[in-house]
Design a protein around this ligand. Structure first.
Ligand code: PBG
Length: 330
């Protein structure tokens, strides 16, 4: 006699069953909302490639940060658009740089939100690269990034953010040794308690396109392939993560997220530290564009993507969908 042993469908038949047996869920608790801040007042300049995102002056940023907090999202991530750029990215580590000012104001007015800062030079250098550029031969395409000379600038940037009140720093320049340099810098400055969320496996990706419009950080020559990872590589990501943990990273990040779920899963499986995934600008903008065209239900797809990133193993997701998803989950 045929005896039915299947279970799955019985547990899918209504939403209560589905909720009861759901393995992964997206919660505002695990989200970080990124923001772009620039000098001035009363500025709220839409970023056309990232609908619903703006370049904000500090006053308007504070308003957004309060909304994020009220939605139950515990943390924001800050990117700065400086008044002026130069070869050494001086504004990145200036005491009164835009990020430093924004952090001070947020900590004064919305102290109960965690402020994470992106530590990189690319938004602050005139050439748009993440490190110090040295010439290598003739022509604009011939250049080197001086990895070791960049480390001190990155450490100074991190220290200045933490001095302003940042709760955590996120080094994203992909310079070798950056986590150690920043850990040492922070410790020497007395900030032993400030964690580092390292952009450990950061790929040279076409998915960053809209971000570069948002932050004005497109390289003026060349690209980032000499320091960011080759999308074809997986074992190398494990090596990058291993090194960052050894250097003192408290949280490791995989970036981008959607096309790199296998990397997230591997990192999660192999290491015992929290894993963050950056659901980057291009991933966000594709959903928005297809939603606008009426091809997909953007909110449904966004939740599906974030759920998949969690299912792959991410503990934390940095996403431009944070606000809308947190409101829809309420
Ligand atoms: C800075 C940085 C970038 C992103 C985060 N930090 C740009 C880049 O590396 O080119 C991209 C984030 C996004 O696309 O949302 N180095």
């Amino acid at each position: 006699m045929f005896y039915p042993v299947c279970r799955p469908k019985r547990l899918r038949k209504n939403d209560k069953f589905r909720r009861l047996v759901r393995e992964n869920r997206v919660s505002p608790d695990n989200l970080i909302a990124p923001f772009f801040v620039l000098p001035g007042t009363n500025i709220r300049k839409p970023i056309s490639a990232m609908p619903g995102n703006f370049q904000l002056s500090v006053d308007n940023l504070l308003r957004e940060v309060k909304q994020v907090r009220d939605l139950g999202i515990p943390a924001i991530m800050l990117f700065g658009i400086p008044r002026k750029k130069d070869n050494l990215g001086t504004e990145a580590y200036a005491e009164y740089g835009i990020v430093q000012q924004a952090v001070r104001e947020i900590k004064k007015k919305v102290p109960d939100i965690l402020v994470v800062t992106d530590v990189c030079l690319c938004e602050y250098t005139s050439h748009g690269h993440c490190g110090i550029v040295t010439k290598a031969g003739k022509g604009k395409g011939c250049f080197n990034i001086d990895n070791d000379a960049t480390l001190e600038l990155l450490a100074n940037t991190a220290i200045s953010h933490v001095q302003a009140g940042a709760d955590m720093v996120g080094p994203s320049a992909m310079m070798d040794g950056q986590v150690q340099a920043i850990r040492q810098g922070l410790d020497e400055a007395g900030y032993l308690e400030t964690p580092i969320m390292a952009y450990s496996a950061k790929y040279a990706s076409g998915f960053y396109g809209p971000f570069r419009q948002a932050a004005g950080s497109t390289p003026q020559f060349g690209d980032r392939r000499s320091y960011q990872m080759d999308p074809a590589n997986s074992r190398e990501a494990i090596k990058e993560v291993e090194l960052d943990i050894a250097e003192g990273a408290d949280i490791v990040m995989v970036k981008p997220a959607l096309a790199y779920l296998d990397i997230i899963a591997k990192v999660k499986d192999k290491f015992n530290v929290p894993v963050a995934a950056y659901n980057v600008s291009g991933e966000f903008s594709m959903v928005k564009a297809a939603d606008k065209a009426g091809w997909i239900d953007g909110e449904r797809v966004a939740l599906e993507i974030l759920t998949a990133i969690k299912r792959a193993g991410a503990d934390i997701i940095i996403t431009y969908h944070a606000k809308e998803i947190a409101s829809s989950l309420k």
